[in-house]
Design a protein around this ligand. Structure first.
Ligand code: TYM
Length: 332
């Protein structure tokens, strides 16, 4: 049976990239298949997190999911550390995955930077824990942005090696679901860099908590080139900033970049940017308001996460138990 799993790290405020590349699509898959969504706090601590900020950020990510339309009666929503089976299966996968595989992970190289010797061992083993997240639920579909593709592919390699080593077909092959116009939203000040939670200037990203004024201001000040919008999609090649704004418009408006170009062919930024700002404010400001309302009641968020963890455990426990049996880990 098809089952969706995905996760978001509580390592900083949610951005428009997280919303368009992940959360909005997660909500769209609700009701069609079983959907399980996670706040991956164990992944967040692979780099230092202030303990109090981590707990607050875990709630903020949960609030982002809920404000965007995740319905806890239709989807399971929980934070990773409340379901111990994630860490337990990750250990088994640490013993299945090869050091050489981890060495090829581009995200480790990016995050560890020049001094990989000083990176945490957890950051290195990060993809093993991610494979455990996915395979504990026998998830078949994993909606992610472009930057997570390599990790989901590694999950397939880990599943295949486990199955091969233990002569089983226990773990399914997982598909990364990467489709639509917003799979890689770029920085608003530099179209060659990904929009991320941790960039230095607040003007380079839209946060899911930004109010209407901030959203409009950031989009109107977004870097562009001096040319008007092209007549065809092809004309966006080598214009990363222009392409990014068109893709943001398309994703927010639930259409394609092609349709946006058709509508705004030849338009100057003086016409396109205000239209984009209006659209973004109309779609995003109500979500920011709802996040604020939800975060005013942290106990309610904690309750939802606790209930979700309970449901997640019911699925994960038998899978972990069977994996232990397959490996020969004695339980008595
Ligand atoms: P994270 O927390 O960095 O990002 C969460 C999701 O948002 C997507 N995303 C973007 N999409 C488009 N444009 C952007 N600029 C952008 N920035 C982020 C990411 O691709 C991701 O889908 N390792 C994962 C979390 C994770 C996970 C998992 C995901 C842990 N276990 C299991 C799926 C399945 C991560 O760090 O995502």
């Amino acid at each position: 049976t098809p089952r969706v799993f995905s996760g978001i790290k509580p390592s900083g405020g949610l951005t428009l990239g997280n919303y368009l590349g992940a959360i909005k699509r997660f909500v769209g898959m609700q009701g069609q298949m079983q959907t399980i969504y996670c706040v991956v706090d164990l992944h967040a601590i692979t780099v230092w997190q202030d303990p109090k900020a981590l707990a607050d950020m875990t709630r903020e990510v949960a609030a982002g999911y809920l404000a965007a339309g995740l319905d806890p009666t239709q989807s399971i929503l929980f934070n990773q550390s409340q379901v111990a089976a994630h860490a337990e299966l990750a250990w088994i996968f640490n013993c299945v995955a090869r050091v050489g595989w981890m060495n090829r992970m581009t995200q480790f190289k990016d995050k560890a930077g020049a001094n990989a010797e000083k990176a945490s061992l957890g950051l290195y083993a990060y993809p093993s824990l991610m494979a455990a997240d996915i395979l504990l639920y026998h998830a078949t579909h994993v909606p992610v942005g472009e930057d997570q593709k390599q990790h989901v592919e590694l999950t397939r390699d880990i599943a295949a090696k486990f199955n091969h080593d233990f002569k089983t077909d226990f773990f399914p092959m997982t598909e990364p679901v990467i489709e639509g116009p917003a799979m890689r939203i770029m920085n608003l000040r530099d179209g060659t860099k990904k929009m991320s939670k941790s960039g230095e200037s607040d003007m380079e990203r839209i946060n899911m908590t930004d109010d209407a004024d901030k959203i409009a201001k950031k989009l109107k000040k977004a870097k562009t080139d001096p040319e008007p919008l092209p007549e065809t999609l092809d004309g966006l090649k080598d214009r990363p900033e222009a392409r990014n704004l068109v893709e943001i418009y398309a994703a927010l408006n639930e259409t394609t970049a092609e349709a946006v170009i058709a509508e705004y062919a030849g338009a100057g930024w003086g016409r396109f940017k205000p239209a984009l700002a209006d659209l973004a404010v109309a779609k995003l400001a109500p979500i920011a308001d709802e996040m604020g309302r939800l975060m005013a009641d942290p106990a309610e968020i904690d309750r939802i996460l606790g209930e979700g963890a309970q449901k997640a455990r019911e699925i994960a426990q038998p899978v972990l138990a069977e994996a232990y049996d397959i490996v020969g880990l004695l339980r008595s």
